[in-house]
Design a protein around this ligand. Sequence first.
Ligand code: SF4
Ligand code: SF4
Length: 456
Amino acid sequence: MFHLISNLLHKGTFSHGIHPDENKHFTENIPIRRLPFAPELVLPLSQHFGAPSDLIVHPGQEVVRGEPIAKAKGFMSVPLHAPATGRIKRVELMPTAKGPKTPSIILEVYPGDSQEVGYYYERDIDEMSQQEIIQAVQDTGLVGLGGAAFPTHVKLSPPKEHTVHTVLINGCECEPFLTTDHRVMLERTEDLITGTKILMKALGAEKAIIGTEKNKMNAVEAIQKHLPEDGSIEVRAVQTKYPQGAEKMLVKALMGLEIPSGGFPSAVGCGVFNVASTAELGELLPKSQGVIERVVTITGPGIEKRGNYMVPIGTPIRFILDQLGFSGSANCLIMGGPMMGSSVSSLDVPITKGSGGLLVLTESILEGQHDQKSYPCISCAQCLDACPMHLNPSQLGKLANKHRYDEMQSDFHLMDCFECGCCSYVCPSGIPLVQYFRVAKSSLREKAARERANAS
Ligand code: SF4
Ligand code: SF4
């Protein structure tokens, strides 16, 4: 058996990167469990990259589980489906993990209902054309469940000049603490293979590779048992290293190809999809169902019942914490993992389609962090050695301090930074480099938007 597995270990990786403590042992061996329905679900109309969904229900209206409640507003948008049978209570501004309040549907869940999905029909994927599949994918409301929340159907429509020959399924899950994708690969393997075949058909790709890291070899074994005999789908384990799960890093590790600066994977003939999104697609598309729930890793020293939970979209964090045992405050919460996640401002923030993890810290850990000071750069170059994009974070940090954002962009490729946080992690002076870069990028984006508005 070991010989079989060792053959599946792929040597490839990318240069630089870091090895933070994984902390996955808290949840990686716990099977997915279901959380009950909260009395009220909070459903932001904007929980994906692109235009917010358009409301198609009104307060007082009854809806059944799975019914569309908002439609896509154009191509760069997706619809929203009712995660539970109940009544639309109101539409109001509610906080989200991203920060600003956003228009959200408040759905009152009927407590005595069986909560069977009441809105679906079966269909034969083999009978569908590529274009029909792409439209059907948009109709599911599926977005990247790994955190980016980029609409999946848009990824299935690459520029005409690009030919996608290989679908890469990203099961690396390199963020410390998170084990959602790991459990999905173990427990939803058949859906994963079905979803992979659908993606291949939609893109006209001949080959697919499911990529994971060496710390998840039981997932490799599980997938291996379900692979089609024609060899069109492979599974490979690459080195365990952060941020191996970043799109550019995975393409480099599995294919040896470099995605050009500012470009998409399709520029090098690849389409990259998260493993949980792919399994979801494999389950939903044959039944014409929408995304109404997702697996979330709920973990960290501040939560009693850690694990991976199937959570209805829209479940407020407050409800989850009440169910699983927690006594801290909203300051202790990070939506996502410790490297790329964002701190949560309110316990009213709901789980959305892009929420793969909820990391719960304690007040004492936070106090320790607040005591940490930052010191001047000592030019040790550790940040340069860590940056997977081969940028110069030290120089970028110095320019950010002087608000020389234009220079950061033109001379030091700021926009190639994907905010992985490796530079901040290794910096012995404790300089919050990645925070500086987020501020600088946001300032540059606002400036560009102002210039566009002035020109029109
Ligand atoms: S946050 Fe940006 S600059 Fe820092 S290591 Fe990651 S990609 Fe490089
Ligand atoms: S790691 Fe920190 S101290 Fe070292 S060069 Fe980079 S910014 Fe300066």
